[in-house]
Design a protein around this ligand. Sequence first.
Ligand code: PEP
Ligand code: CO
Length: 449
Amino acid sequence: MIVSKTWDPNSWRRHEALQQPEWPDQDRLKESFDNLGSFPPLVFAGEVRSLQKRLAKVAKGEAFLLQGGDCAESFNNFTADSIRDKLKVLLQMAVILTYGLNKPIVKVGRIAGQFAKPRSKSTETKNGVSLPSFRGESVNDPYFSEAARMPDPKRLERAYFQSAATLNLLRALTHGGYADLRKVHNWNQDFVAASPEGQRYAQLAESIDNSLRFFEVAGVTAKNTPMLREIEYYTSHEALILEYEQALTRVDSLSNLQYDCSAHMLWIGERTRHLDGAHVEFLRGVQNPLGCKIGPTATAEDVIGLCDKLNPENIPGRLTLITRFGHDKIGDGLPKLLRGVQKEGRSVIWSCDPMHGNTFTASTGHKTRSTEHIFQEIEHFFEIHKAEGTVAGGVHLELTGSDVTECVGGSHKVMEADLNQRYETTCDPRLNARQSLDIAFRISEILSN
Ligand code: PEP
Ligand code: CO
């Protein structure tokens, strides 16, 4: 990708940066920025190029993007088990979706860097006390006290080190036999056998099993075929704190081009996607594949504007538009955008985020989402693309590998009254492992019928 002459890693500073923390001490911010700039990259340009190639296939309808993970990673829940379980659920979903879609699945975690959050209000008020909102662990602490909520740039460095350790484990797991296709399928069979929601899918799981057995009989096994035991797994996060992203942006010695080495893929949030804003300015200059969230207020012109800025050469796979309308708004909102983009001949990946347009407050006061609404938005997404003749390229989910109770529904019914049991997210409600598998099976069910 050619870089515009008006871009440099600092050029975003001449644009308005929304959703930035009010750092109390600019010298300390500069110190963390300099430290991060001297640390090794978290990902490598060659890996980013591989993802770009995979995403080019997604754009053409030859592969499917599965992106998912926490709304916000946390400093407290930082254990090998929680990282492993998040990988595990994504791998399990990928096997199910490969079957339903008949396409390779490109797996991208919201992980190893998803530490900064945009907020609708800059302060939070409890019992008459107003404090700065929690903006993600790389900025401040979720605990409601003045000291905890004070933005501290040292946290950016801590987020970097946690990302490095997370990536280290992910690399070991994805190349050390943990991702063996047969093993992943056996976990899915356990889910099918052990849970009421799973039993619906016994037939589907059996068909996957038959396909795997056919390969084994034909002599294709995990032992002799690395592709069955090693997987490509990529990282992504919202590029929100631009000091962090700039500090980790490096010139690749092979291509002489700038890569943001904080993650393979970066996305711009719904609240920071203004065409003249600092986030669009910064990300247009890096080579990484980019995402941009698109909510119900976006017009076809806005979307074309984003294509002009973020993908002026119209490279397939460079730009993923992640729509987040809500199950009741996607029918009105999505077709217009698809037509506008198609008319202008722009290549984008359309991915469905069925989470952020479907949040509501439960009777218990918890912020929650219903798996029914989530599934409905995904179902409409596929129907609309079919009707418009466009490619339904991917899904983008907030999920976790453990047994939390944050979203309601699933055939194993988490009820509103259950939300209090394990409501652990520091930001938005996530699908738990069973709800995630349930969604993957339901997608496969509708697509393979
Ligand atoms: C998110 O993905 O957690 C998020 C804040 O999304 P959006 O920008 O779409 O609101
Ligand atoms: Co979220």
